[in-house]
Design a protein around this ligand. Structure first.
Ligand code: F3S
Length: 277
């Protein structure tokens, strides 16, 4: 049996960096807080909690002078200020690509621009970016949101959530260009999601069956499952325990991919079990 892993699978650069930073800190100190779960993967969260990570929903839950890790999505400016007031050590694992967006929002806000964020207003990354322009950004998720947009500002600066769909982004920016004057656009979409989807699509066309590894509730994993199912029979598993190895024996070529929040060790467990077939 031949096995091939998609050329892009599992953690993106920013998530891997954040997970490594958290792990290294836990190795030297037994207790670190994380504002919100580091990642949407039950097995990974459990492993980090066993090592001493404590997930909290607000800074009030953290002890003064303790350590806090900021996850890859980033946080509003006020979280840094409040953490400092509490004497906390900040381990800043904000993805550098997200940090760049926060800097753009902050710089242009201070220069008097109205910030427009193309993205989902309830997503932590967008909440974080908005917190760098005094929570005054206009947030648009789709073309319909432009119907009621205020046109009375002198100048605008547009940024996008890193995981925004490129087609929707282009549709919105085209319309913004038509209806507003003095607009600066920054396409801040990160290519990691697109690369993973393309690699999964390409591989699923080559193989007899695909295994997609990732949380049942992870939306990017579900998207990979959907893409692969369009081309071949696809098995979605969270861990090796979900995999019915007997069913795979009939295939001669199996492809494997994983969602952006699937740790390497879970991927390796699946790969080595399939290899034994
Ligand atoms: Fe960063 Fe892109 Fe991942 S913005 S967290 S590398 S999806």
């Amino acid at each position: 049996m031949k096995i091939k892993i998609a050329s892009y699978a599992g953690f993106c650069f920013g998530v891997e960096r954040a997970m490594d930073m958290a792990w290294n800190k836990l190795e030297e100190n037994s207790k670190v807080y994380s504002l919100g779960p580091l990642i949407h993967n039950r097995q990974a969260v459990k492993k980090y909690e066993d090592k001493g990570l404590k997930v909290i929903e607000s800074l009030e839950e953290a002890n003064d002078n303790s350590k806090i890790i900021i996850r890859s999505h980033g946080v509003p400016l006020k979280v840094y200020e409040e953490s400092k007031e509490k004497g906390m050590e900040i381990i800043d694992a904000t993805c550098p690509f997200v940090k760049k967006i926060q800097d753009i929002a902050n710089k242009y806000y201070n220069k008097g621009y109205k910030i427009i964020i193309i993205g989902d207003s309830s997503h932590p990354e967008v909440i974080g970016i908005n917190g760098w322009c005094n929570n005054e950004a206009i947030i648009v998720k789709n073309i319909e949101d432009l119907d009621n947009i205020h046109r009375n500002y002198k100048k605008y600066c547009v940024v996008a959530q890193t995981t925004m769909n490129l087609k929707v982004y282009e549709e919105i920016t085209k319309k913004l260009n038509e209806i507003l004057d003095n607009v600066e656009f920054y396409n801040t979409i990160c290519s990691a999601t697109r690369e993973r989807q393309k690699a999964a699509r390409d591989l699923s066309k080559e193989v007899d069956a695909m295994i997609v590894i990732g949380g049942k509730h992870s939306s990017n994993t579900q998207k990979l499952v959907q893409i692969c199912s369009e081309n071949t029979i696809t098995y979605h598993v969270e861990t090796i325990d979900d995999l019915e190895l007997d069913k795979l024996k009939k295939y001669s070529f199996i492809g494997i991919t994983a969602g952006a929040s699937t740790p390497k060790w879970i991927i390796e467990e699946v790969v080595s079990s399939v290899e034994k077939l």
